[in-house]
Write a protein that binds this ligand. Structure first.
Ligand code: NAD
Length: 349
């Protein structure tokens, strides 16, 4: 945690794990009541990134960056640039243990500014040799997760005629809503930003407020705003059969996964469903360099990962959250285990 000399703002980098590779995680530009809340957010999100990368079988660890923006307005112009350069210096100090990317509040032009101070930046614009905005890839992965959740509930992944509530029409939610609409789903959408109403009109979707959208009588709920939407108050009021969305940390606490099972609602672990963005970024780091065709196949593989997780959960009589965590833990343990000792007489490696 550093107070940036140019901006005077706190920049925070949390490195949760480098066991499977450098810690990858987006840079969140957000305002917090207190710097301790910002640190807590970075730590919580970095842990989720470790599990997300491990479940997706990427050679990456988990990290997260936070730039604590002042309350009372967006950070723009020279002040924004100063904060991004300060954040770049923070990354550079970690010597490659952390790689940044976009997250809530940052976009690819911001990554270009950060890259003035460090090379440990992913998600640069395609014309700069990067993999570009991860959000459409995250949306593609979430749509695949929704298909697999539907398959689990109704025996078919077909989205034609399904009713789906998308809460949060930002970069991911907006792209997801377009994809779902193109696949024939009927949508209920909500956002705190009234400016997103135009997208609802364009897609012929029903516009409502976020609280009503969460409780709407639909087949699937897709939380695509911020976290902790599913809690002791909202879960009893849900009227959907499945949940899959982009938002990180959707459950207010881990025991909410049990409440969802009791309500016979199929919940897709968020860090599995929303891995499309980092899967796309990881393609950037492959020896052959970035190619969208390879990225698409890797992102759609989220579907098979989910099928494994749902099967494991059913076999073990546990929640999909527990099964996903177990899969990630197995992979983390395998990566951190010392190599087996050579048996006497074995040829040298
Ligand atoms: P974004 O900032 O572009 O969009 C978020 C949207 O949610 C905005 O339109 C905002 O107005 C709306 N919103 C905020 N609070 C709300 C509320 N209480 N009710 C309804 N709408 C609300 O962010 P994004 O990049 O689309 O990310 C959305 C979520 O997905 C975040 O939780 C993010 O961490 C997660 N995520 C994003 C990516 C990615 O590739 N962008 C990848 C993985 C996870």
């Amino acid at each position: 945690m550093r107070r940036g000399p140019r901006s005077g703002l706190y920049t925070i980098v949390a490195v949760h794990s480098t066991v499977r590779g450098p810690a990858l995680g987006g840079c969140r530009l957000w305002s917090y009541a207190d710097s301790r809340d910002a640190v807590a957010d970075a730590l919580r999100l970095s842990r989720a990134m470790t599990f997300k990368a491990a479940v997706a079988d990427l050679p990456q660890g988990g990290g997260k960056g936070v730039i604590m923006r002042p309350t009372g307005g967006p950070l723009e112009g020279e002040a924004r640039r100063a904060a991004l350069l300060d954040f770049g210096d923070s990354i550079e100090m970690l010597d490659g243990r952390y790689r940044t990317a976009e997250d809530v509040g940052t976009s690819d032009p911001d990554m270009t500014v950060i890259s003035e101070r460090t090379s440990h930046v992913t998600g640069l614009a395609v014309e700069r040799g990067g993999s570009g905005d991860p959000s459409p890839w995250t949306a593609l992965g979430v749509q695949e997760a929704i298909r697999v959740a539907c398959e689990r509930v109704w025996g078919s992944p077909d989205l034609d005629g399904r009713t789906i509530a998308v809460v949060g029409l930002g970069r991911v939610g907006g792209a997801l809503a377009r994809g779902l609409s193109a696949a024939g789903a009927r949508l209920v959408v909500a956002d705190v930003d009234q400016g997103k109403h135009a997208l609802a009109d364009e897609l012929g979707a029903d516009w409502t407020d976020p609280a009503s959208a969460i409780r709407a009588e639909v087949d699937v709920l897709a939380p695509c705003a911020l976290g902790a939407m599913l809690d002791a108050e909202s879960v009893p009021a849900l009227r959907c059969r499945a949940i899959a969305g982009a938002a990180n940390n959707q459950l207010a606490s881990e025991e909410i996964a049990e409440r969802l099972i009791e309500r016979e609602i199929v919940w897709t672990p968020d860090f599995v469903a929303n891995a499309g963005g980092i899967i796309n970024i990881a393609v950037e780091l492959e020896p052959e360099g970035y190619a969208p065709e390879r990225a698409e196949g890797r992102v759609l593989a989220i579907g098979d990962t989910l099928r494994t997780i749902f099967d494991d959960a059913e076999a073990a009589g546990t929640t999909p959250l527990a099964a996903a965590m177990a899969l990630a833990s197995r992979r983390l343990a395998a990566a951190s285990a010392p190599p087996p000792a050579a048996s006497p007489g074995a040829p040298p490696a």
